[in-house]
Design a protein around this ligand. Structure first.
Ligand SMILES: Cc1cc2nc3c(=O)[nH]c(=O)nc-3n(C[C@H](O)[C@H](O)[C@H](O)COP(=O)(O)OP(=O)(O)OC[C@H]3O[C@@H](n4cnc5c(N)ncnc54)[C@H](O)[C@@H]3O)c2cc1C
Length: 388
């Protein structure tokens, strides 16, 4: 994908997670001059995006609007996969295990939104997934076009692409400590400042503290524990035909399982180990949560009793306190050139191409002089910018 004809617009992006990186790519494609800052390396293993994989599916049960909006998401990812010439998406299907009446309702909703779906009766479900222990009378609703994104690979391939373009500066180890929405400017740890014509803050779970006092509505910080189990080569045939499984009924309702493959582990988690917390903390999983995940794994994958190395880690995300969803918002006044993706609502990987396109398409005031680092203590060249 070539860079577009130069627009002269200077875009400053804080955060090199999936949202920041894809937005940078989209801006380059439109001809902007882009600077990306991250507090750590780029990509950063501490980012929520830096995991083995993430699910992309269209169905949002009970929500026709969200389902319609997500109907073509996997298509966006396939487009990106072609541009980056790297496999990023595994079309495994996503299977919701739920009571038959609910599955029928969701199937109607999918079809109305133009999304393919297939019902599996309880017997079919058990035949197809004989290696899993699923609730006795449950039905299955399969979304065959859905699947998983190889998340880490998305970040490394996008970073590689950005490095090849002269109109992008990737600046690792630049922690932003303050945001000035009116000036589209940031202050870095150490005191220097940077400014752009458009500033986009995509700081993931760190947004709550970085943007304290700037967000229009409260957000909740969640911490979730996840268990990974190395794939056992003897099981590869069974897993090769296994979709992502989401349990919506039975003793483990709220649980989900991502099958192993393409270099990724078998992965399980459940809403039961996702909890609101006050602040970002350790990524180590507390023993009680680890036990809960071990129990979940052994309950739904009977073969997992065989010894295979497992590990767990904890990960954080923000959600709008009122809606539980994502927050893309302008910061400051209604004409401010600063925007933030301040919460992802737990599904922010798959929608990153949509956010990137929306942010890159934002109209900003006419271009100003170049984005550049300024040592602490020196006055800004442009009136109205922050001074240190
Ligand atoms: C357990 C779990 C499972 C999930 N499953 C799914 C799923 O299946 N499907 C899905 O679509 N989504 C899923 N999500 C959500 C998804 O992972 C996130 O929405 C997405 O990765 C967020 O991307 P981001 O770029 O906004 O933030 P991040 O990836 O967290 O990136 C933020 C970046 O900003 C940098 N940064 C932060 N503060 C500063 C600062 N002050 N200065 C400079 N840099 C800074 C950080 O270092 C980081 O690199 C899941 C999340 C979790 C926790």
């Amino acid at each position: 994908m070539p860079a577009g004809t130069p627009t002269g617009r200077r875009v400053l992006i804080v955060g090199a997670g999936v949202v920041g990186l894809l937005t940078a790519m989209e801006c380059v494609r439109r001809g902007d001059d882009v600077t990306v800052l991250d507090q750590g390396p780029i990509p950063n293993p501490a980012a929520a995006s830096f995991d083995q994989n993430r699910v992309v599916r269209a169905l949002h049960p009970g929500d026709p609007t969200a389902t319609r909006a997500a109907a073509d998401l996997h298509g966006r990812w396939l487009e990106l996969e072609r541009h980056l010439a790297t496999p990023l998406f595994r079309r495994l299907g996503v299977l919701l295990v739920q009571p038959a009446a609910e599955a029928l309702g969701d199937l109607r909703l999918m079809r109305a939104a133009g999304v393919d779906g297939e019902m599996l009766g309880p017997k079919q479900l058990r035949q197809r997934l004989a290696h899993l222990r699923l609730p006795a009378r449950a039905a299955g609703l399969l979304e065959p076009e859905a699947g998983v994104l190889l998340a880490r690979r998305v970040l490394t391939a996008t970073t590689r692409w950005l490095r090849q373009h002269g109109s992008v500066r990737l600046l690792p180890y630049r922690a932003v400590v303050e945001v000035d929405p009116a000036a589209a400017a940031v202050t870095l740890a150490g005191g220097s400042t940077l400014a752009g014509d458009l500033l986009f803050v995509a700081a993931g779970a760190w947004s709550r503290s970085l943007l304290a006092g700037l967000l229009p509505a409260p957000v909740t910080l969640y911490r979730q524990s996840v268990l990974y189990r190395r794939p056992d080569p003897a099981e590869s045939t069974a897993w090769g035909a296994t979709p992502v499984v989401v349990l919506r009924t039975g003793p483990h309702a709220g649980g989900w399982l991502l099958p192993p493959g393409a270099g990724t582990d078998l992965k399980v988690s459940t809403h039961a180990v996702c909890r609101p917390v006050e602040r970002l903390g350790s990524r180590r999983t507390p023993p009680s949560r680890r036990r809960a995940l071990d129990h979940l794994l052994r309950s739904i994958v009977p073969g997992a009793a065989a010894p295979a190395p497992t590990e767990t880690h904890d990960c954080y995300y923000l959600a709008d306190r009122a809606t539980g969803g994502a927050v893309l918002t302008r910061l400051g006044s209604s004409s401010s050139p600063t925007w933030a993706y301040a919460a992802c609502g737990g599904g922010g990987f798959k929608t990153a191409p949509l956010i990137a396109r929306e942010v890159a398409g934002l109209r900003a005031p006419p271009p100003r002089p170049p984005v550049r680092a300024r040592p602490p203590g020196r006055a800004a060249a442009t009136p109205g910018r922050r001074t240190t």
